[in-house]
Design a protein around this ligand. Structure first.
Ligand code: KG4
Ligand code: ZN
Length: 356
C-alpha cells in the first residue's frame, strides 16, 4: 500500500511516497522544498507568498517525486494531507491539490493534524536513507509529548494515537517564534533558531563569562503553561541598555537566551513526568533541531528513567514523510474518510479525531 503525503502548512512544500507492508514502512521518495530564501527579506513567513509558491511548486515537485520513485501515480493507494494547524492560505493549496488528485485516482484523502505528524515523526528509526522496510519504534500509552515549533509549544498526554489531552501550552509566543524574534532584534537572519543556537554554541566554546541574566518565565508556576514574550522583552531591554552590541555580547545574549528557554522547557516536562507515569517521552517539532535542547532532554530522560524519542536528523522541520506516516497509521484503524474537510489554521490536537 502506497501513501502520498502532502505538507504545505508553512513555508515548505513537501511531498513523500511511503510504502506500507503490514507494520513495516519504506520511504520510496521524499522531497522538501524550502521557501526560506524568499521569505528572508520579510523576516518571517509571508502567507500569500507561501501560497503562490506552493501552487507553483506542487505540480512540479509531484512530477519529480514520481520520477524519483519510479512508479506511476496509479500505484498510489491513499493521499494524506495536512489539514492544520498552519497558515490557512498555504494549507488550502495542499488540500485542493490532494482532493483533485484523490478524485482523479479514486483514492481516499486523509486529513492529518500537522502536530500529530511531528509526534509520529519520532517513531521512525534513524536509518532514514535505508530503502528497506522497517518497523517503527513502539509507541505505548500513555506517552508524553513536548511539541516545539515556530507556531506551537505544547505539552501533550498521548492516550492513544488520535486521542490527546493538552496539559499545557504557550500563553503567547511559541518557542520557535521567540527564537526568531530574538534573532531579529540581534540583527540575525530568519529563521533565527539555527543562528541563535550557533552563536550560543560559540559562546560556550570560547568560555565567555556570563554577565547577562534573563528571566525564566513561569518556571515556578504550578501549571504546565509557558510564556515567552517576557523573555523576548527582557532581551530587548538588555540590548537597549548595552547600546551598540559587540559580537561577543551577541553571543552571550544568545547563550543566556538558549539556556533560559531550555531550563523552562525541561522544568515543565519534568513536572509532567512527576505527576503521571508515562511510557515514552517524545520531543517533536522544528526546534528539536537545537542540539542544546536535545542534550538537555537526553539528560532528563536518563534522570527520570523514561525512553526518549526524538526525530532523526532531517526530520525535525516540516516534511511530508511525517504526514504520510500519520495518514497511513490512521488508515490502519479508520477506513471511513470523506473529503469534505476544510483547512483549519487553528486545528487542535484535542479535536483531531471524531471520537474525541
Ligand atoms: O516545525 P517547524 O519546521 O515549522 C513549524 O511548524 O513552525 O519549526 C520551525 C521553527 C522556526 O521557528 C525555527 O527558528 C526553529 O523551528 N528552529 C530552531 C532550530 N532550528 C529550527 N530553533 C532553535 N534551534 C534550532 N537549531
Ligand atoms: Zn511544524
Amino acid at each position: 500500500m502506497i501513501t502520498l503525503g502532502i505538507e504545505t502548512s508553512c513555508d515548505e512544500t513537501a511531498l513523500c511516497l511511503l510504502e506500507t507492508q503490514g507494520d513495516e514502512y519504506k520511504i520510496i521518495a521524499n522531497i522538501v522544498h524550502s521557501q526560506i530564501e524568499l521569505h528572508k527579506e520579510y523576516g518571517g513567513v509571508f502567507p500569500m507568498l507561501a501560497k503562490r509558491e506552493h501552487i507553483k511548486n506542487l505540480p512540479i515537485l509531484y512530477k519529480k517525486l514520481l520520477e524519483e520513485a519510479k512508479i506511476t501515480e496509479t500505484e498510489i493507494n491513499a493521499i494524506a494531507v495536512t489539514q492544520g494547524p498552519g497558515l490557512e492560505p498555504a494549507l488550502w493549496t495542499g488540500i485542493v491539490f490532494a482532493k483533485e488528485l484523490g478524485k482523479k485516482l479514486s483514492v481516499p484523502v486523509i486529513p492529518v493534524n500537522h502536530m500529530e505528524g511531528h509526534i509520529v515523526s519520532t517513531l521512525l528509526k534513524n536509518s532514514l536513507s535505508s530503502l528497506n522496510f522497517e518497523k517503527l519504534k513502539p509507541l505505548e500509552f500513555p506517552s508524553l509529548a513536548l511539541l516545539i515549533s515556530g507556531g506551537h509549544t505544547e505539552i501533550v498526554m498521548i492516550k492513544d494515537l488520535g486521542n490527546y489531552k493538552i496539559l499545557g501550552r504557550t500563553m503567547d509566543d511559541a518557542v520557535g517564534e521567540a527564537f526568531d524574534k530574538t534573532a531579529r532584534m540581534l540583527g540575525l537572519p530568519y529563521p533565527g533558531g539555527p543562528e541563535i543556537s550557533k552563536m550560543a554554541e560559540e559562546a560556550r566554546k570560547i568560555n565567555l563569562p556570563k554577565t547577562i541574566s534573563l528571566p525564566r518565565p513561569m518556571i515556578h508556576s504550578k501549571n504546565m503553561d509557558f510564556s515567552f514574550s517576557g523573555l523576548k522583552t527582557a532581551v530587548l531591554y538588555t540590548i537597549k541598555e548595552i547600546g551598540e552590541l559587540s559580537e561577543n555580547q551577541k553571543r552571550e545574549i544568545c547563550w543566556e537566551f538558549e539556556d533560559a528557554v531550555t531550563e523552562v522547557l525541561v522544568s515543565k516536562v519534568r513536572k509532567a513526568l512527576e505527576e503521571n507515569e508515562y511510557k515514552i517521552l517524545i520531543i517533536g517539532g522544528g526546534v528539536v533541531a537545537n542540539r542544546h535542547i536535545r542534550k538537555a532532554f537526553e539528560s532528563l530522560a536518563k534522570e527520570c528513567d523514561v525512553p526518549l524519542y526524538l526525530p532523526a536528523d532531517g526530520l525535525t522541520g516540516d516534511n511530508a514523510l511525517m504526514i504520510a506516516l500519520a495518514g497511513s497509521l490512521r488508515k490502519n484503524s479508520d477506513t471511513n474518510f470523506n473529503d469534505d474537510f476544510k483547512a483549519d489554521g487553528n486545528l487542535s490536537l484535542n479535536s483531531s479525531r471524531k471520537d474525541n
